[in-house]
Write a protein that binds this ligand. Structure first.
Ligand code: TMP
Length: 216
């Protein structure tokens, strides 16, 4: 089996850039790697992503939102993640089940026990071997995300989550900290305020340590 590594963090934390750099770093060490993202990672998942990020005005209840993330994940695990792991590939995933606990649990206030049960059901209880949490001050992250979306095409404009207030994003940041404290052996906290290069070095350090610990 390959290794399953997830990247988590709030808005504008730079996960996507860092995954690209980590993929190159792993490939340079001869490790077969697949980069994927949630919600997304399959044709169905990408359609669900469009509905969830919903840059238009239509309403989505918190419960509907939760179930759509779970639906995208159910397909993603079965169609993409598990087959890749079974082939021996490393899977680097931009967000996974922790995001649902952070956003729909801590952020929206949906019952945690239910979310955890739903996560286990949708993910076939597949758990990341390593989770890199890129931690960043909420305001800085939202400003970065705002700069990214300023003046761009409508399909890249600020999404439904980026439009939420600071308190929502603060709860998510704190939620991620709680999750990291619950499973310190799985989580590594990365300082997201550093430069792209410095964040990449922190991540390479974690991957190196993980490789050695897993006999690679
Ligand atoms: P992204 O911006 O990292 O691509 O993620 C899309 C948005 O979806 C982001 O605001 C976080 C949110 N999200 C959830 O609310 N719950 C989830 O389970 C996942 C995977 C993402």
């Amino acid at each position: 089996m390959g290794k399953f590594v997830t990247f988590e963090g709030g808005e504008g934390s730079g996960k996507t850039t860092q995954i690209g750099l980590a993929v190159e770093w792993l490939k340079g060490r001869g490790i077969p790697v697949l980069a994927t993202a949630e919600p997304g990672g399959t044709p169905l998942g990408r359609k669900i992503r469009e509905i969830l990020l919903n840059r238009g005005p239509s309403a989505i209840s918190a419960e509907t939102e939760l179930l759509l993330f779970a639906a995208a994940r159910a397909q993603h695990v079965r169609e993409t993640i598990l087959p890749a792991l079974e082939k021996g590939q490393w899977v680097l995933c931009d967000r996974f089940a922790d995001a649902t606990v952070a956003y729909q649990g801590f952020g929206r206030g949906i019952d945690m026990a239910f979310i955890r049960a739903l996560n286990a059901f949708s993910s076939l209880s597949v758990k990341p071997d390593l989770t890199l949490l890129i931690d960043l001050d909420v305001k800085t992250g939202l400003d970065r995300a705002g700069r990214r979306t300023a003046g761009v095409r409508p399909e890249e404009a600020e999404d439904r989550f980026e439009r939420e207030n600071l308190a929502f994003h603060d709860r998510i940041r704190e939620g991620y900290q709680v999750l990291a404290a619950e499973e310190p052996q799985r989580f590594r906290i990365i300082d997201g305020a550093a430069t792209i290069e410095a964040i990449h070095r922190q991540i390479c350090g974690c991957l190196q340590e993980f490789l050695q610990a897993s006999g690679g």
